[in-house]
Design a protein around this ligand. Structure first.
Ligand code: PAF
Length: 286
């Protein structure tokens, strides 16, 4: 497995592979990898001839008061994990390679970017779309793999690919949970043991929503209210949002029909965690 950090090195490799007609799978990450990331890598290995992983903590998607500086980083650990998975190439660029001085070009997916997480993280999805489009242009993957953990990110990137006619297929895979149900996230490392326990309230609220839906409840307002009550009973939790929205437009739903996204963001202490479940063709996807 090779690690490259410059555009020239990456392009050289990709050009050779493209000439050979190889199917390239791509997993963009910010590093500090966990089983969620590795599940994406494994799917890419299954479906593609060659797998490229990028590790880049993208400053553009962090707000000024957010955790860019302290975001966990451990290249050696990541390298060992990716090597073990049989990844072919890792792109690990420094910030100056992605955003040289005088950088001026940005990608925005209007409307969708301002909803849910976009409300409390203005500019976040502009940063995500900009970096992902740059990475797509560099890696030229046939398929790119993302986790449903970041459901809004998946929906926005699918729209970007559609609107800009990008020749890449977005493959979204189920989120991966720890043994106790907490959705895996590199940010879980910020949690103290007490916060870690409190963080289970996110999953519990989704379990409650699922139970209500299975029992026949379809009124979004009622389900949302019950979820909010449950989370509010946890002293360490502060709700950012709990929303039940259309899976494509992210517009709030009054009634849950064939499809829906139930998404939430909750601060546990100072750590903001997200989780969700999706209803597709009337069935619950977790
Ligand atoms: O999901 C992430 O880790 C990041 O948002 C991504 C897609 C790698 C872009 O920086």
């Amino acid at each position: 497995m090779e690690i490259v950090g410059t555009v020239i090195e990456l392009r050289e490799k990709i050009q050779v592979w493209k000439k050979q007609g190889q199917k390239i799978g791509f997993v963009p990450t910010m590093g500090y990898l966990h089983e969620g990331h590795l599940s994406l890598v494994r799917e890419s290995k299954k479906r593609s001839n060659l797998t490229v992983v990028s590790i880049f903590v993208n400053p553009m998607q962090f707000g000024p008061a957010e955790d860019y500086k302290v975001y966990p980083r451990d290249l050696e650990r990541d390298r060992a994990l990716l090597e073990r998975e049989g990844v072919d190439l890792v792109f690990y660029p420094p910030v100056e390679v992605m955003y040289p001085e005088g950088y001026k070009t940005y990608v925005e997916v209007e409307d969708l970017q301002d909803k849910l997480c976009g409300k409390s993280r203005p500019g976040h999805f502009r940063g995500v779309c900009t970096v992902v489009l740059k990475l797509f242009n560099l890696v030229q993957p046939d398929e790119a793999y993302f986790g449903w953990k970041d459901a809004q990110q998946v929906i926005i990137l699918q729209k970007m690919v559609e609107d800009l006619n990008l020749p890449v297929k977005i493959v979204a895979l189920p989120l991966v949970r720890d043994h106790d149900g907490l959705a895996l996230s590199s940010r879980n490392t910020y949690l103290s043991p007490e916060e870690r326990r409190a963080a289970l309230v996110l999953k519990k609220s989704l379990d409650l929503a699922e139970k209500l839906i299975i029992e026949g409840e379809r009124e979004a307002r009622k389900i949302r209210q019950k979820m909010i009550e449950l989370i509010s009973a946890e002293p360490l939790a502060r709700i950012d949002y709990v929303e039940i929205v259309d899976l494509k437009t992210l517009e709030p739903l009054e009634t849950i029909g064939d499809q829906a996204l139930i998404a939430l963001a909750v601060f546990i202490g100072r750590t903001r965690l997200i989780d969700n479940l999706r209803i597709i063709s009337g069935g619950i996807e977790k």
